[in-house]
Structures are given as C-alpha cells and as structure tokens.
Design a protein around this ligand. Structure first.
Ligand SMILES: Cc1cc2nc3c(=O)[nH]c(=O)nc-3n(C[C@H](O)[C@H](O)[C@H](O)COP(=O)(O)OP(=O)(O)OC[C@H]3O[C@@H](n4cnc5c(N)ncnc54)[C@H](O)[C@@H]3O)c2cc1C
Length: 489
C-alpha cells in the first residue's frame, strides 16, 4: 500500500513520519519551494507535547521554547489566573514556540525515516477508482497511490476536488498578528487583555519578544492586504490593554480573516482530510496546530494497519467518527473565546464582573483546561470490541519497571504498534499471550503495579489511548480482545 500526503505543514509532516516509521511507502507533495516565512501557531499544548514525546521529539522542542504555566486574562484592569499546570502530564505548561521549529523537527524525522519529500509540486486534479487515487500536478505530471491524505490547509484543493462541503462561516473578524519586542515587564503567562476596543493576546517567546494577536474593534474595515505598521500595533496595544507596553521593535506581522468551518466528512473513499483542511477556527485558544497533530496521530496507525493487512474492516472509518466530534468541540471552544472577546456593548458592561465568576468556577475552569490542553480528548469504544473501565481515555506516560529497569510508557509508542502492559502477577500468560500478534502488539511485562485505576492489564492503542483495561483477566479473554482490536493473529 502506498500513501501520498498533499501538504508539508505540521499535520502532513507528522503523518509522513508516522507512516514512514511503520514502513508505509509515503510521498509528500508540497506546493511551496521555500520554507514559509509565516510564523503562525505559537503554542504547543500538553497533549501535543505528549504525542511528540511518543515520537522522541518533545524534549528537543521543550529546550527551544518557553514554558508558560498559566493564562492571566485582564478584563478592564481586573487580573485573573487560569492554571495550565497539568498535574496529570509530564508537560505541565503551554510551550511557546514558533510553528517553524515544530515543522523543522517533524520534517527532519520524516526524512530520516524515509518519507519522500517533493517540493514545488502543486496538486490541481484528483480522481479515484476502486484501486487507487491519481493526482495531477500543475504542469500536467500525474502521481498515483493507494490512498491520499489532504493536509493542504484551510484552502485545501483536495477538499474542493472531492466536493466535500466546508460548512460554517467567516466571522468578519480581522486579526493582526505581530512579533514584537516589549520593554515593559509582563508575567511568564499567556497574557490576554480584554478591553472595550478589542482583545490582545501576548504570549512570551523569551528575551522580551512576544507574539501579539490583536483583534481591534475600531479597525475591522482595514483591507487584509494593507501592511501592518509598528505604529498601528503600538496604538492598538495602548488602547486595548490600557498600558504603555513600550513596543521597541517588530520583526514580523500579518493580517487575516478568522473563519469557523469544518469539513462535513473527513473521508471520501480512498482520500482523507486532516488538519486545517478539515477544520479552521479562531486562533484564540491556540488550538489549530495541536488539533492537526492529533488528527495525524489518530490516522497514521490506522493506515499503517491497513498497509500491513491486519486492520479490521471498521478501523479506517473510526478516523472520521473519532476526530470529527473533536474538531466540532474545538470549533465550539474557540468560538466561545471569540464571543467573550468580541462581546456586544451590554455584555461588555457586565463582563468584568461575570467573567471572574466563570473563570474561578472549579468545574468550568477544569473543563476549559482539559479542552484547551487536549488532555480531555477521549474516543468512544468502537462497536465490535469489548468495553472496559477507562476505555477510550488518554493513557498518561506511566512510569514502569521492566526487568528491574525504570522505563516510560511513551518511549514504547510511536511506531504504529499497540502496547500490552501487564502488571506483575497478572495471570494472563505473560508475553506468550501477545506473541502471535508481535508484529502489531508490543508486550511489556512490568515488575510492579501499573498505577492506572485497578488495572493489571492495559492494551494501549498506538496513539496513546486506552483500548482496554482489566483486572487479572485470563489469557483467553486477553486473546479475544487482541483479536477484536488487531485482527486474527
Ligand atoms: C495567519 C495565521 C495565524 C495562525 N495563528 C495560530 C496560532 O497562533 N496558534 C495556533 O495554534 N494556530 C494558528 N494558526 C493555525 C495553524 O497555523 C494551523 O492550524 C496549522 O498550520 C495547520 O497545519 P496544517 O499542516 O493542517 O496546514 P498548513 O500549515 O496550512 O499546511 C498546509 C500545507 O499545504 C501546502 N499546500 C496547499 N495547497 C497545496 C496544493 N494544492 N498542493 C500541494 N501543497 C499544497 C501549503 O503550502 C502548506 O505548506 C494560524 C493560521 C494562520 C493562517
């Protein structure tokens, strides 16, 4: 089986690396010849860092970025604290890091694993039949593969060629992005300022540089093509934050229109859509790139399973049934943040009094933290496999002891295989029970307990979610579950 990925953004690069790691012949077609000069996404949330940790990339990226443990919204002078110190994760913060760094790490991995990268290849045509997909490139050349994944961004040509509806709307919300050097002191936090004139987000890149995301109510009519001047940024920051943040320099800026749209389907026969090609939304919440990385992690092991010939019939379809609801939830969350920022006059009057009550409410703030970080994502149990406690939820990076040596679960994920964890004393036949599935299941017999609920046995999906947990199941039951998820031995 061969796969072509259209688009070498973060989603396509993550997917390419995963497929190559699993031995799937994969080619990436990218329209751009040069690296993009757009810095775009600035944040990696905890779940994205966990997914990158499974691929051995997180530690290197963490050393390049700034770890920010809280969000400190100021609403007309009132300062609130929203905690992002995730106790359940090895990454208890938001990592502020320009998108280009994440893309560079993903591209290096994908190339190193053997993914073929073709730049200057713009896809303009697509047809598919029962056996494969043919893509036409600008210039007339064609490429063919068994499957194609459109990771070609918000204006996806693949999505258009499939005639998949991109339903939603453009908010008439014009946003300015600018990387600015500030001389004023701001705390180590994502710093949102919400004022009568608009909203500003100021996360720190380090060394005094900040990414300013500005929604200025008074300048919504400005054409998107008009360059952003440092004076415009200074004026907007002063009016909206009510403080002179002393903008000393600006190294990059752009203007764009925020949209809220989602593809009605993520799959059309042999073609899939992922990342911005499948969903776009307001940058408030900084969830765009993270959602694309999760899409890739969800799809890659299912395609690898199809390549190896063991995927149950239903497996590839779960990409859409699992990721479409997550995309919808991200659209809702980011839209809520947008509405809070853009509130009409009557709401603005009460906002400084109502917002603290909402943000400080433990249930609300916990739900928002889990949604923004991606740690709260879980998937329904597919029909045809047994349910169990915790099935479908994220598995943390468990500390394990294997053969007397300390180990971490995530170091054993990332190559498209399941992990069958068995605690000491679990009467499941040890490694022997997983042996017939060894090409798709890595069995880890642990010296101690597993420290996840009461489970003595956990089948972990290749993307780090629970397939099944049990307390001292017999070997026959474990085999039945392996057959359900991983096909016949
Ligand atoms: C101005 C702007 C600011 C943003 N700010 C933030 C932010 O602050 N935080 C955040 O989390 N997210 C932000 N985002 C969103 C974030 O950048 C995206 O969610 C992320 O880049 C999505 O990655 P992707 O790989 O799905 O798509 P993209 O990064 O868009 O990559 C798509 C790739 O496909 C290529 N391509 C397109 N058409 C074709 C074709 N026909 N043939 C071949 N190749 C093609 C493109 O050249 C591109 O390289 C922002 C987006 C924009 C536009």
């Amino acid at each position: 089986m061969s796969v072509i990925i259209v688009g070498a953004g973060p989603t396509g690069l993550m997917l390419a690396g995963d497929l190559a790691a699993a031995g799937v012949p994969v080619k990436v077609l990218e329209r751009r010849v040069e690296e993009s000069n757009l810095t775009r996404a600035f944040a990696l949330h905890a779940r994205s860092l966990e997914l990158l940790a499974m691929r051995g990339l997180a530690d290197g990226l963490v050393t390049q970025g700034v770890q920010v443990p809280e969000v400190r919204p100021r609403i007309k002078g009132r300062e609130l604290v929203f905690n992002m110190r995730h106790p359940e994760s090895r990454f208890p913060y938001v990592l502020i890091l320009g998108q280009a760094r994440t893309e560079a790490a993903l591209e290096e991995r994908a190339r190193g694993l053997g993914a073929e990268m073709v730049r200057g290849a713009a896809v303009v045509g697509l047809t598919q039949d029962g056996e494969g997909v043919t893509l036409t490139l600008a210039g007339g050349r064609t490429e063919r593969a068994d499957y194609v994944v459109g990771c070609d961004g918000a204006h996806s040509v693949v999505r258009r060629l499939l005639s998949v509806e991109f339903s939603g709307r453009s908010h008439d919300t014009r946003i300015v992005l600018a990387d600015v050097l500030l001389q004023a002191d701001l705390p180590l936090a994502v710093n949102p300022f919400i004022g009568d004139d608009g909203a500003v987000l100021l996360p720190p890149y380090g060394n005094g540089w900040f990414r300013a995301t500005i929604w200025d109510r008074t300048r919504q009519g400005v054409p998107l093509g008009e360059p952003v001047s440092i004076e415009e940024v200074r004026d907007a920051l002063l009016r909206i934050t009510g403080r002179d943040l002393q903008v000393a320099s600006m190294r990059w800026s752009t203007r764009f229109l925020s949209e809220r749209r989602q593809a009605r389907h993520y799959r059309a026969a042999r073609v899939f859509l992922a990342g911005d090609a499948a969903h776009v939304h307001s940058p408030l919440g900084a969830m765009g790139m993270s959602t694309g990385l999760q899409d890739a992690a969800n799809l890659s092991w299912k395609m690898a399973a199809a390549h190896r010939g063991w995927a149950p019939q239903w497996l590839l379809d779960t990409y859409e049934s699992e990721r479409h609801p997550v995309g919808r939830m991200v659209l809702r969350m980011t839209d809520l943040l947008r509405r809070l920022s853009e509130a009409p006059a009557p709401v603005r009057l009460v906002r400084p009094y109502v917002a603290p009550a909402i943000i400080n409410h433990p249930r609300v703030s916990e739900a928002a933290r889990m949604t923004l970080s991606g740690l709260g994502v879980s998937y329904p149990v597919p029909a045809g496999v047994p349910g169990s406690p915790l099935a479908g939820t994220r598995v943390p990076d468990l500390s394990l002891v294997i053969g007397g040596r300390a180990a971490r679960l995530y170091d054993h994920l990332g190559d498209g295989r399941f992990v069958l964890l068995q605690a000491a004393g679990a009467d499941t036949g040890g490694r022997a029970v997983g042996q017939p599935w060894h090409d798709r299941v890595r069995t880890l017999d642990c010296d101690g307990p597993l420290l996840l609920g009461k489970a003595s046995t956990i089948l972990v999906r290749p993307d780090g979610y629970t397939a099944w947990t049990a307390t001292y199941p017999d070997a026959a039951r474990t085999r039945e579950v392996l057959r359900g998820w991983c096909g016949r031995a």
